[in-house]
Design a protein around this ligand. Structure first.
Ligand SMILES: Cc1ncc(C[n+]2csc(CCOP(=O)(O)OP(=O)(O)O)c2C)c(N)n1
Ligand SMILES: [Mg+2]
Length: 410
């Protein structure tokens, strides 16, 4: 029955609350290998169903199956495993450093390591990412020095950003990592603009935009899609759907669209969903999208279906808004365990070698941490110089800043 005159609006609710039993039965998962791999110049209208499925390569037995498999050598897969393990260890040490008061803030990637680590390997030198705070794997997988990352986190005397950025908001032009901005979704319009500029200047470099599920509710996301689709910008539009936006479940930002990938359909953008915890699938889809961008075929929207197993940040306590066991119930498993099992199945890895690699990686991360801490931490040791505060913005320093610098005696 409808109540004429009694208007209501709808507030989506998560399936469960703290204390409840986790339930992901609403997450429909295609079996590994079942989604076709179209040619990169496919007519977007013929692949609309891909925005509602999930491309997967690794099956439950650790085998790589289907048309998206077979792009990476054993060596490349072993390297990918090492990158993900390094990121996880790096996170654990830096989270601990935050608790020890050595930095004010930290954000982990727990459960999402495959997304940024595998994506990086699909890019070429000179391509530019516009990342959020949860894609440090782009740096790790490009062999950016961990010590430099830690120096930034500690805002110490060797911080390449001289204490000007919030911890973890790295920046490296050489590694195709645009300065992170805390203003989410700005990455989308900037990436599309950068990609258009690359094309205008007849360059061959492509851009990658990054956004989380929650941030797709920002108008910047939609503006970027207008420009990307109209001008067929050479850009890959990444949406990391890790189910949560701090304490807000993904259903709020997704609303009635079914999936985040489906947002691209109205713009005529080929839109794919991929298992974000499957290193091989992420890499294969990223490669497909990057080739489209590089071949002047326009943007591709990719939704990575994953789960944020850790807290949002060092300031967050997820037990206030979701069951503690929810991450164990996530049906797509853990990205490191899945690649590990695949490599064991291939006969190029073992539990013993994995344990040894874990120990070696921990040693490497601890050594980097010692070196970074010799340059100072938040409250101890070396700091960026006060003089640096006045540098780097103006080609010629205006008189009022010169005066302030004199007053500061630096
Ligand atoms: C424009 C803007 N609005 C609000 C915030 C505050 N904020 C920081 S993180 C966050 C949640 C983002 O969730 P999501 O986009 O899903 O990314 P995730 O943290 O899950 O990777 C919010 C609202 C912000 N940083 N920028
Ligand atoms: Mg999220």
């Amino acid at each position: 029955m409808t109540d004429a005159g009694m208007l209501r609006f709808h507030v989506p609710e998560p399936e469960v609350r703290p204390g409840g039993t986790p339930d992901f039965s609403n997450v429909t998962i295609a079996s590994a290998g079942s989604v076709p791999r179209p040619d990169i110049d496919v007519d977007p209208r013929t692949i609309r169903d891909m925005a509602f499925s999930i491309i997967r390569v690794l099956n439950r037995d650790g085998e790589a199956v289907g048309p998206w498999a077979g792009l990476l050598t054993d060596e490349e897969l072993l390297e990918g495993l090492r990158h993900m393990m390094t990121l996880r260890t790096f996170d654990a040490r830096m989270q601990m450093a935050q608790r020890q008061g050595k930095t004010s803030f930290y954000m982990q990637h727990l459960g999402e390591e495959a997304v940024s680590c595998a994506f990086r390997k699909a890019l070429s030198p000179g391509d530019m990412n516009f990342p959020t705070y949860r894609q440090a794997g782009l740096l790790i997988a490009d062999d950016y020095p961990m010590v430099t990352m830690m120096n930034q986190i500690y805002s110490n005397e060797a911080d390449p950003l001289k204490g000007r950025q919030l911890p973890i908001m790295y920046s490296s032009k050489e590694h195709g990592f645009f300065s992170i901005s805390g203003n989410l979704a700005t990455q989308y319009i900037q990436a599309v603009g950068w990609a258009m500029a690359s094309a205008i200047s007849n360059d061959s470099k492509i851009a990658a935009a990054w956004i989380g599920d929650g941030s797709t509710a920002e108008s910047d996301f939609h503006s970027a899609l207008v420009f990307a689709s109209t001008y067929k910008a050479p850009v890959v539009l990444n949406v990391v759907n890790n189910q949560w936006a701090i304490s807000t479940f993904q259903g709020i930002a997704r609303g009635g669209s079914g999936t985040f990938a489906a947002r691209g359909l109205g713009f005529g953008i080929p839109s794919l969903r991929v298992d974000g915890n499957d290193y091989l699938a992420v890499h294969a889809v990223a490669k497909w999208a990057a080739e489209r961008a590089r071949g002047n075929l326009g943007p591709t929207l990719v939704e990575y279906v994953t789960y944020r197993a850790g807290a949002h940040s060092s300031s967050d306590d997820p037990s206030a808004y979701r069951p503690k066991t929810e991450s164990d119930a996530w049906p797509l498993g853990d990205p490191i365990m899945r690649l590990k099992n695949h490599l064991i199945r291939l006969g190029v890895w073992s539990d013993e070698r994995h344990a040894q690699a874990e120990a070696e990686i921990l040693d490497t991360v601890i050594a980097a941490q010692k070196e970074a801490e010799s340059h100072g931490t938040l409250h101890a040791g070396g700091k960026p110089s006060t003089r640096d505060m006045f540098e780097g913005l103006y080609a010629e320093m205006p008189p009022h800043l010169r005066r302030q610098r004199q007053q500061a005696g630096v």
